[in-house]
Design a protein around this ligand. Structure first.
Ligand code: NAD
Length: 521
């Protein structure tokens, strides 16, 4: 057992017995379900970062000299180990990120699946009796920075192709979810067997992230976070000498949907129900949540009334009630995996906000909406007496007279703005107006002409027409990545997943006749 695994084992034993794991007075880790500190972790500094980069570089030289098939076997093993650890990884995601157990398990499964999918997507099919492969050398060491809201799966979007391409990875997880990263590293090290040190973790906040980006031995950066984080990273890279490889930046969005009048009453009902999950999912803390509805003026009252009806039903439902209590219960019994059978498993992801900052942003955005002439429906704080340091809120609707300034910002909370339009051209202009509206936009209409007009004018990375899930889920099989302020490049579902993690200038295409007997010595 590695030192890292032993350490993780000790941390979990402490958490399971309800004790705070205290390594130092370093980084405090909170449980969003009750706001309590559950661990303190030692912070990395420039010296420990440099040591870890060196260790990853030594390991990368071993991996880089392996054949793709050998690396694929490691990636497959990692996928199986994550699958085998899904329950406790899921519990940890709930404990540390506040996700409902159902959503947390889905994230653990997604992290396992993406590894296998990357192997499949990176391989070329047989062609005319020839085995084909594309070979490009790895870039070297990938610096990975991740956000709190998908503490496991987003890391694997990068780790899967980076590893398969032969790179080492130095990962700085969100300072809000370092325990999931520590657990992942223990699983990862177990799967890698003899190839040690390929993944290094650095613990800390923005300063540690900045030090990672600026480190001269880091060959490329893959980072997921806010637009501000992306801008900081771009500026730091511009100052760097070794800055040959384009970064991948998956950043914040401000996703909007046009609600046209050109649909039947049934279609409208279906549309508003379909987008609900992408408004409520992960308590509004997904990059793809629907944040703005641009509604044909004559339909405003009807749309608001239908949404109100849905929110009232949601607030009264088991979907809303159970996760709150189940998450708190999980906190009190961490480590007893058999409890999973007791979960109602009907909720799709509505728990507490991550922390007090997130709650303050929610409150500020509601206040600004009022100041800018809007009306707020719902949005009250819940369970404040029982859990004064945890932040459960009702979802909120902000009915606006027009698309005002507050609608140009990403609140990252369950707040849906609703503003009117007169003509489709005006609606499209409003949809595209925020600089951060570069991830996913959509339209609900039964007019093909409107759908075509939207498709040709939409400026976001994804355009979804009559989606069954609002803007909430990137269309399967299409590369996911942001335009405008929302990002550069794509990793999830990319057509050529290894490309960003390899050096283009040494591209080799190899085709070998599979019918010729070869010597294997
Ligand atoms: P955040 O920007 O606060 O932090 C993200 C990570 O970046 C953290 O690890 C943080 O320590 C680090 N960081 C912050 N500033 C940095 C800097 N200047 N240099 C280096 N590292 C820095 O984001 P968050 O609150 O954790 O996550 C929410 C944001 O992430 C939202 O804006 C959301 O839309 C976005 N997001 C985007 C995607 C996507 O695929 N586009 C996916 C998930 C989340």
């Amino acid at each position: 057992m590695s030192e890292e695994s032993k350490r993780v084992g000790e941390i979990f034993k402490a958490l399971a017995s309800g004790v705070t794991w205290m390594e130092t007075q370093g980084l405090p880790v909170h449980c969003p379900a009750d706001g309590e500190i559950i661990a303190h972790l030692a912070l990395d500094d420039k010296q420990s970062l440099a040591d870890k980069v060196n260790r990853a570089a030594a390991a990368q030289r071993v991996l880089g000299s392996q054949k793709r098939e050998e690396r694929a076997a490691l990636v497959e093993k990692l996928s199986a180990e994550i699958k085998g650890s899904r329950e406790w990884l899921g519990e940890l995601i709930t404990l540390e990120a506040g996700k409902t157990p159902k959503e947390a398990l889905a994230e653990a499964d997604g992290a396992s699946d993406i590894l296998l999918k990357t192997i499949k997507d990176a391989s070329l099919a047989e062609f005319g009796g020839m085995l084909r492969c594309k070979e490009r050398p790895p870039v070297g060491i990938v610096g990975l920075i991740t956000s709190f809201n998908f503490p496991l799966v987003v890391a694997n979007w990068t780790i899967a192709p980076a590893l398969l391409a032969g790179n080492g990875v130095v990962w700085k997880p969100s300072e809000k979810t370092p325990l999931v990263a520590l657990a992942y590293k223990a699983v990862f090290d177990g799967a890698m067997g003899g190839v040690k040190d390929l993944l290094q973790l650095v613990i800390g906040g923005r300063e540690v992230g900045e030090a990672l980006v600026s480190h001269e031995a880091i060959d490329m950066i893959s980072a997921t976070g806010s637009v501000q984080m992306g801008q900081g990273i771009k500026a730091a890279l511009a100052r760097k000498k070794n800055n040959n490889v384009k970064p991948i930046l998956e950043l914040g969005g401000n996703n909007g949907i046009i609600i046209s009048e050109k649909m039947s009453a049934d279609h409208l009902e279906w549309a508003l129900h379909s987008l609900l999950n992408s408004f409520l999912g992960t308590t509004g803390q997904r990059c793809t949540n629907t944040r703005r509805l641009i509604v044909q003026r004559g339909m405003m009252d009807k749309v608001v009334a239908i949404l109100q009806k849905h929110i009232e039903a949601f607030l009264a439902s088991a979907e809303m009630q159970n996760p709150l209590f189940e998450i708190v219960r999980l906190r009190q019994g961490f480590g007893e995996t058999s409890r999973h059978s007791a979960f109602s498993a009907t909720a799709d992801g509505y728990g507490p906000l991550i922390d007090a900052d997130a709650y303050q942003r929610f409150e500020r955005a509601k206040k600004r909406a009022l100041e800018e002439g809007g009306k707020i429906l719902f949005g009250e704080r819940l369970l404040a007496a029982e859990h004064p340091n945890a932040y459960y809120v009702e979802p909120a609707l902000a009915v606006m007279p027009a698309q005002t300034a507050v609608m140009h910002e990403e609140t990252f909370a369950p707040l849906l703005f609703i503003a009117p339009y007169n003509t489709l051209d005006e609606a499209i202009a409003l949809l595209n107006a925020p600089a951060n509206a570069g991830l996913t936009n959509g339209i609900y209409t039964q007019s093909q002409a409107e759908a075509d007009r939207f498709a040709s004018a939409n400026q976001a990375g994804h355009g979804l027409i009559n989606s069954a899930k609002g803007t909430g889920t990137p269309a399967f099989g299409m590369g996911f990545g942001g335009n405008k302020e929302s990002g550069t490049g794509e990793i999830l579902n990319a057509a050529d997943p290894l490309k960003p993690f390899t050096r283009d200038d040494h591209y080799r295409r190899i085709a070998q006749n599979k019918d010729i007997a070869m010597d294997w010595e």
